[in-house]
Design a protein around this ligand. Structure first.
Ligand code: 13P
Ligand code: SF4
Length: 382
């Protein structure tokens, strides 16, 4: 269950290859980060586009970007917002690649989704490739387990994996509805293949559904048959993909213990992408939206140590001056890919649109989009 191994580091390296495969099309055209007019330029470009453009901002985005977002939210809320939005011509998605892909799948063909920096990927999403997942499914089919298994795929995944999920009767989940989707899946099948975040899968199965740790096995895509014996797969209820978040995987139960020792009245709230021992040691667990709501609605004077991305925690602290909000572990970094979207990239994307040039459009091919949409709509229907 340890979160970083040599293979993971190699995967992270591969993740950046994927980002470069996606291309970075703004080289040389970006406004200077020190340009004192950036705010004025973004304001003017946004005003010029008016209702033709909708800016969506994930909670992990920088303040300078969130300041221009029409809607902020977690990945579930932003997917809902994209699905509900049928008029804006351009959806400028300030988040990461998989979120923009989902927005493209859920919006109409007359709408264009723009990701201001194409290198804003997600290392977790890159930990499951379509060919690895297909290989896993082939193995399960060969052993006769595929017919009793339904895939549940976390939003943090490529459109190709979402498409696989839709094609095999599964659903997408986010950190705000993982329990509901897992319950739904177990009404349909004996086993769940949970992709790609092992921690969210394990935490939901064990804490929310009351399964045991022994009911869960981890499928290692780098080993034959996932590194599992036939009996281990037969006895498992949840087959967890061996993926994790490189940010949340770094929080430790020890930092919770140290916080509680230093400030006995502190409450700890963490994201379910954290390791199981961290989530069980915390007082509250929830999606980014739930973290914000819980802390904001708590009594004045409350003290919170928060285990999620630092941009969110810093903003939460600033917005709740009547409470004490701490970052759970100072050694944990920002999400580097979320942080790639900054004001220069946003200005560049907006001004290009004003000039009639569509840049960094995220477009999922129709075949992949067909089944991904099925899986995403299944999630929204739940
Ligand atoms: P939410 O689903 O809570 O928005 O989280 C997305 C994410 O990338 C967390 O790392
Ligand atoms: Fe991906 Fe983790 Fe960043 Fe979320 S915080 S986008 S899961 S790397």
């Amino acid at each position: 269950m340890s979160s970083t191994s040599l293979q993971d580091l190699l995967l992270l390296g591969r993740g950046s290859d994927l980002a470069s495969e996606r291309g970075v099309s703004c080289t040389g055209e970006l406004p200077d980060a020190s340009d004192p007019d950036l705010v004025a330029r973004a304001t003017a470009a946004k005003a010029a586009l008016g209702s033709r453009a909708l800016i969506l901002g994930h909670h992990y985005q920088r303040d300078e970007v969130i300041a221009f977002a029409d809607i902020t939210g977690d990945s579930f809320k932003l997917a809902q917002a994209a699905a509900a939005q049928s008029t804006a011509e351009y959806i400028i998605f300030c988040g990461v690649h998989f979120m923009a892909e989902s927005a493209d799948i859920l919006t109409g063909s007359h709408q264009k989704v723009i990701l201001p920096d194409l290198a804003a990927g997600c290392s977790m999403a890159d930990m499951a490739t379509a060919s690895q997942v297909q290989q896993c499914w082939n193995d399960l089919e060969k052993l006769g387990f595929a017919k009793v298994t339904v895939p549940v795929t976390y939003m943090n995944s490529s459109a190709a994996i979402k498409s696989f999920t839709g094609e095999h009767g599964g659903t997408i989940c986010t950190s705000s509805n993982a329990e509901k989707t897992l319950r739904w899946a177990f009404e349909k099948a004996e086993k769940v293949l949970f992709l790609p975040d092992q921690h969210l899968g394990r935490n939901t199965a064990v804490i929310d559904l009351g399964l045991s740790l022994e009911d869960c096995v981890v499928w290692n895509p780098w080993k034959p048959q996932g590194g599992l014996t036939e009996d281990e797969i037969r006895n498992a209820k949840v087959i967890l993909w061996r993926g994790h978040c490189s940010v949340h995987g770094r929080f430790t139960a020890q930092s919770i213990a140290e916080f509680k020792e230093r400030i006995p009245e502190v409450q700890v709230i963490v994201h379910p992408e954290c390791q199981h021992e961290v989530v069980t040691a915390a007082d509250v667990v929830g999606s980014t939206e739930k973290i914000i709501k819980t802390v904001s609605e708590s009594a004045p004077g409350s003290q919170w140590a928060v285990g999620t991305e630092l941009n969110l925690v810093s903003r939460l602290a600033a917005q709740n001056p009547d409470k004490k909000v701490y970052f759970l572990d100072r050694t944990v970094c920002y999400c580097s890919t979320m942080n790639r979207i900054d004001l220069p990239h946003l200005v560049w994307a907006l001004e290009s649109l004003v000039a009639g040039k569509v840049v960094n459009q995220i477009s999922v091919d129709p075949e992949t989009a067909r089944y991904s949409k099925l899986a995403l709509e299944q999630m929204l229907a739940l």
